[in-house]
Design a protein around this ligand. Sequence first.
Ligand SMILES: [Zn+2]
Length: 181
Amino acid sequence: MQNTDNIIANEKIDARKLRRAKKIITELYDELPNYIARGHGPFLAAIYDADGNQIACAANSVVSMNCSHNHAEMNAIRDAEELLHTYDLSGHNLSLYVTAEPCIMCLGGIMWSGIQEVYFGITSKVVESITGFDEGFKPNWLNEFKRRNITVYGNIEPEHGESVLRDYMTQNRIVYKPKRD
Ligand SMILES: [Zn+2]
């Protein structure tokens, strides 16, 4: 029996989906320090098909590529679309897994991509409190995604994700954002 107490979802929790998400997101948390050590940002996303095959996996590369929209989710979507030669992934029944709740930009990117399921680790509120990143404003987004037939589960294995982010912060890594003063 899964402990589903703190899971956020926009459908009745499906134990099989949650089990798979916990496994994949744990793998992403485990992999993330290797990406951070190579200069990538502290978030990692992967896209899987319905048979459990990994289609793409990418970290945030805002700083390393000098591109403000190179968030992990956007990079993974771009890689999947290039691999599958399409701008519309909806025919491929794909799920996106990411170590933290998507920001305001990535919610848009996911919507336009045709991704059908989204699973995330720690919430934006926790990301902001640990790092100082600004995740944007996202009113009622789980319901907005539900209206568009995009399934969302979140707050998956958050303690593990928090510890990776706290490690990132202790290494004096860059918390990149535009200046607003
Ligand atoms: Zn983002």
